[in-house]
Design a protein around this ligand. Structure first.
Ligand SMILES: C[S@@+](CC[C@H](N)C(=O)[O-])C[C@H]1O[C@@H](n2cnc3c(N)ncnc32)[C@H](O)[C@@H]1O
Length: 261
């Protein structure tokens, strides 16, 4: 594994999305300021985080099964086993995985936790999705963009308000992928439980974390121009490839995998 920009400082005086999410997943890499936000969220949030994570794992396993051996994951979060590289390298040991996050705490853990298989390797880029050019520039030094790459952005873009134009940022990243690549995406929504919308948003807002949950109609444009893989754009608990989805459960996320034509 290699890393970049290690010089950042960790700010434990205000909550960070990676650490709030870590608490929701039952992790230990969070501070009282993060716990304060996480504990005020509706209890359903913990299940949502787990179900989102489970989608990532199913999608990664499916992609590796198709033979994809290069991955660019943006908004990686604090490592929680199994991580994306562990899943894909179990299927394709030589797979290369570039992780990216803008939170210094992820970098701190990346070094110890993101060790790849002897045949494959992982890389870590400390960067912001709002600077897609910089991410691509570094990713090109590690991944071969002449061959298919899977770009994953899981539970990331709801931290970007509309003014940041998250769809255009996504487009810039997807446009850099060659034909046959894949885009794996999940995005928070309160469509399934509108009564929780205000409390989730207010809790994050009080913690000074911007949160922009989006409706299905607002999530669809992230996939513009791409070929949706079955079962299409669905809630996290409906995305299954090799087995039937369990009875409908609340997930709090829209998810999808799409192929670059
Ligand atoms: C909810 S966590 C999701 C982690 C992981 N993708 C998953 O689904 O298990 C969101 C992650 O996105 C990162 N993040 C938030 N805004 C970001 C930005 N502008 N650029 C890069 N990463 C960002 C946070 O630091 C956090 O680690």
């Amino acid at each position: 594994m290699t890393k970049q920009s290690a010089g950042s400082r960790l700010d434990t005086s205000r909550p960070h999305p990676a650490r709030v999410y870590d608490w929701l997943l039952g992790g230990k890499d969070n501070y009282p300021v993060d716990q304060e936000v996480a504990k005020r969220l509706p209890p359903e949030s913990r299940l949502s985080a787990l179900r989102n994570r489970a989608f990532m794992q199913r999608a990664a396993a499916w992609l590796a099964g198709t033979g994809i051996d290069q991955y660019l994951d943006i908004g990686t979060g604090i490592p929680t086993s199994p991580n994306l590289h562990q899943i894909v390298q179990a299927v394709v040991p030589s797979a290369r995985v570039a992780y990216t996050d803008n939170d210094p705490i992820v970098l701190r853990h990346a070094e110890s936790l993101l060790a790849g298989t002897p045949e494959g390797s992982t890389d870590y880029i400390e960067a912001d999705v709002r600077a897609p050019g910089a991410i691509l520039e570094h990713a090109r030094t590690f991944l071969d963009f002449g061959r298919p790459v899977a770009l994953s952005m899981i539970a990331l873009m709801h931290f970007l308000p509309d003014e940041e134009d998250p769809c255009s940022l996504t487009r810039t990243l997807v446009d850099a992928l060659p034909s046959g690549s894949y885009f794996v995406f999940s995005h928070g929504t309160t469509d399934e439980h509108p009564h929780l919308a205000d409390s989730v948003k207010d809790t994050y807002r009080k913690g000074a974390i911007p949160l922009r949950m989006r409706t299905r109609a607002e999530v669809e444009p992230f996939f513009a121009g791409l070929e949706m893989v079955e079962p299409g754009l669905v809630t996290a608990t409906r995305w299954y490839k090799d087995s039937p989805a369990p009875a409908e459960e609340l997930s709090g996320f829209y998810v999808g995998v799409a192929r670059v034509p």
